[in-house]
Design a protein around this ligand. Sequence first.
Ligand code: SAH
Length: 217
Amino acid sequence: MINDTYRHKGLRKKLSELVAEKGIRDQRILDAIATVPRHLFMDSSFLEFAYEDKPFPIGSGQTISQPYTVAFQTELLEVRKGEKILEIGTGSGYQACVLMELGARVYTIERQKALYLKSKALFENMGYKPRLQTYGDGYKGLPAWAPFDKIIVTAGAPFIPAPLIEQLKIGGVLVIPVGDDVQIMKRLIKINETETKVEEHGLFKFVPLLNDKNAGE
Ligand code: SAH
């Protein structure tokens, strides 16, 4: 049974208002923050922290992103209903659920098996249905399912992986934090097969996008 009470709903409403005060304007995103039960993505002993605007450990050395960061990346993606979106770094599954609340068809990859299994069970329990959830290396994207309208990377990447640009539709958008200790949030628009336009949207701090698939297990 899903434990989601009026108290949790009230806390989510407040969190969504806080995210709005911090500058997120898209009402659909604010509604998604007020809807997705973030406390269920965190270990039970941390329930009280679920509705603070902070990142939090989810096990396997990883974190669930800060709600403001989730909202900010989602806003940069300019999600429209029915769009096909690839997420790199499923983690807890929270960001994927926000995208599904916006009506996106979500494909998501996670390189750590424990997190993959945990989020898979959560999606099923909560009734969220990603189009595809896999265990693998996000640097490679999902060539078999390409092209995508949008791609979101939720870990700090040392560079923009070329396969991700290849797997974008023309006119598609890739949102990716790039850097080592701190990352610059980059928004890449694919203009045609050979040209891209890259915007920068401030500094963030993510866990790293890792290369060696076996390193974190
Ligand atoms: N979107 C997540 C944020 C998770 S943090 C959420 O909403 O909770 C980033 C995640 O990226 C971690 O779970 C980490 O294991 C994963 N990750 C790191 N390197 C990866 C890679 N090369 N491919 C896929 N996932 C990766």
